[in-house]
Design a protein around this ligand. Sequence first.
Ligand SMILES: O=C(CO)[C@@H](O)[C@H](O)COP(=O)(O)O
Ligand SMILES: [Fe+2]
Length: 228
Amino acid sequence: MAYSAKIGPSILSSDLSCLGSECVRMMESGADYLHLDVMDGHFVPNITFGHPMVECLRKSLGQDPFFDMHMMVSRPEQWVKPMAAAGANQYTFHIEATTNPGNLIKEIKESGMKVGLAIKPGTTVEELAPWANQIDMALVMTVEPGFGGQKFIEDMMPKVNWLRSQFPSLDIEVDGGVGPDTIHKCAEAGANMIVSGSAVIGSEDPRSVIALLRTVVAEAIQKRSLDR
Ligand SMILES: O=C(CO)[C@@H](O)[C@H](O)COP(=O)(O)O
Ligand SMILES: [Fe+2]
């Protein structure tokens, strides 16, 4: 079992005028990686930031933090090279946004980044499955992409469960409405990379929330390995 519990705060719901220091605050609170939500106002009805911001964050934060780019954009092909040059570590694109996932996976790998493949709530996990052996991470959205602070969609858990049963060592990420109230469902289903925005950022004690999320997931991973 190659995967481990990792917690990646989504900085979407932080004070964006202090993005650099918010990222530092999350890393100092025990985050394993940073989940950076890129929205283009076309694939989703909201706009955030692009590669120039990522480049500034990389310069200010140094080489250490792992940047998981959640690309909620149409034509994800166009940002692969700029994101790699800006210092992104993982490029997570939506399968709904491209007609040629195979080629995009290849381009991302050639540019030196890891590959994440995301599906919206309305997309079946069978659409992702043919690519699962070529990617580093599968992202199962647990809200409609576009906004932080939405309600967790529990109906997505069978997708996670199925992916875990079919691909025992794949990194599986959940994103949207995940926090102390919903983490048990995600962990039991088999998710190991946990994005949490408002529950972590909005907490007075982000360190404790991150630690709790990680403990629940680590315990579920251990239980699964004992059950095998
Ligand atoms: O990609 C998205 C939303 O589209 C997420 O990354 C959210 O930003 C997570 O925030 P919470 O739902 O945890 O508040
Ligand atoms: Fe996200």
